[in-house]
Design a protein around this ligand. Structure first.
Ligand SMILES: NC(=O)c1ccc[n+]([C@@H]2O[C@H](COP(=O)([O-])OP(=O)(O)OC[C@H]3O[C@@H](n4cnc5c(N)ncnc54)[C@H](OP(=O)(O)O)[C@@H]3O)[C@@H](O)[C@H]2O)c1
Length: 288
């Protein structure tokens, strides 16, 4: 099966590239510099040139703060372009996988969110991703949408990706408190995405690891695993601050956004490992 990966230079995109290589699949992967998914006619022209059987869209404007300040660009990349790719893929039966987020929810629920729960986003990013999901499925009812949350992995710009380095260096680590969510190692996310695609899943699925966490619990587990592995850890205290006291995080995020994975596990026919396993895998990968 020939696969086309969009946004291949991003955190999840790089792991998707690694995963298709591991599976020995034929594939072509484009970074943003090589292919801007929002350019006019780019979907039609690229599909005609590459003739993939499966397209995975990992391209997205993911900074909430940048999306808030650039609403036109956010709408274009997170909503209009995915719709166009979904529509063009639908024309000749090319399968289309689109990635989305837990930030389409407002966090007011008290149990993990189900794939069919109503979106009510708090941010521009969340609004455009939610609208993007709707438009993708309207344009191509056979499309597969995989929602991720709190992704971490090698070279990632996300806080959780960078946490091991911070814990190694800083005595007191301050992080955003008051938030509970799902998280996933990008390696596991890419396995789930390819597995769902191979099962020909359609509609909305959650692609996160089992269990719920907070940034503090995640940091404390990382300290435990790093120490157990004989690594140097400077951190003696992990301190939670309100979200708006953390520099660079001005846009509201849901306080509670765990994603229910029972449908995903049913379709995959396997249990998805808990996030602690993903964290251990990540620490092993980066040599901590
Ligand atoms: N990271 C998370 O914690 C997280 C959580 C939930 C859901 N997700 C979803 O997972 C997917 C993958 O995100 P990620 O974690 O890999 O984030 P990422 O590291 O920010 O990757 C997104 C990639 O898309 C690229 N991009 C931006 N605009 C583009 C355009 N017009 N054309 C082509 N590429 C473009 C970005 O390039 P630049 O960096 O140069 O802009 C970046 O390389 C997204 O759909 C995101 O919504 C991620």
């Amino acid at each position: 099966m020939k696969v086309l990966i969009l946004g291949a230079g991003g955190l999840t995109g790089r792991y998707l590239v690694r995963e298709y290589k591991r599976r020995g699949m034929e594939a072509v992967a484009y970074t943003k510099q090589e292919l801007d998914i929002s350019k006019a006619d780019i979907a039609r022209d690229t599909l005609a040139k590459e003739k993939p059987e499966l397209v995975i869209n990992s391209a997205s404007l993911t900074s909430l703060e940048i999306c808030e300040g650039n609403p036109v660009l956010s709408r274009k990349v997170n909503c209009e372009a995915p719709e166009e790719w979904a529509k063009e893929c639908g024309r000749d039966g090319t399968r289309f996988v689109h990635l989305s987020t837990d930030y389409i929810f407002d966090g007011k629920k008290s149990a993990a969110y189900l794939p069919g729960d109503l979106a009510s986003p708090l941010s521009r990013y969340g609004k455009d991703k939610a609208e993007g999901e709707k438009r993708v499925l309207r344009a191509n009812p056979h499309a597969l949408i995989v929602r991720l949350a709190w992704v971490f992995g090698h070279g990632g710009k996300t806080f959780m990706s960078q946490l091991p380095g911070i814990l190694a260096e800083k005595k007191v680590v301050e992080l955003a408190g008051g938030r509970t969510g799902s998280c996933t190692y990008a390696g596991e996310a890419s396995r789930i995405i390819f597995d769902l695609a191979e099962k020909r899943a359609e509609g909305i699925f959650h692609g996160v690891q089992a269990g719920q966490t907070t940034w503090k619990q995640f940091a404390e587990k990382a300290v435990e695993l790093m120490k157990a592995g004989g690594r140097r850890v400077a951190c003696e205290e992990v301190r939670e601050l309100p979200l708006d006291k953390i520099p660079g995080l001005q846009v509201p995020r849901p306080a509670f956004s765990p994603l229910d994975i029972s449908e995903t596990e049913k379709v995959l026919g396997r249990k998805i490992p808990p996030w602690e396993k993903g964290l251990a895998e990540y620490l092993k990968e980066i040599g901590w």
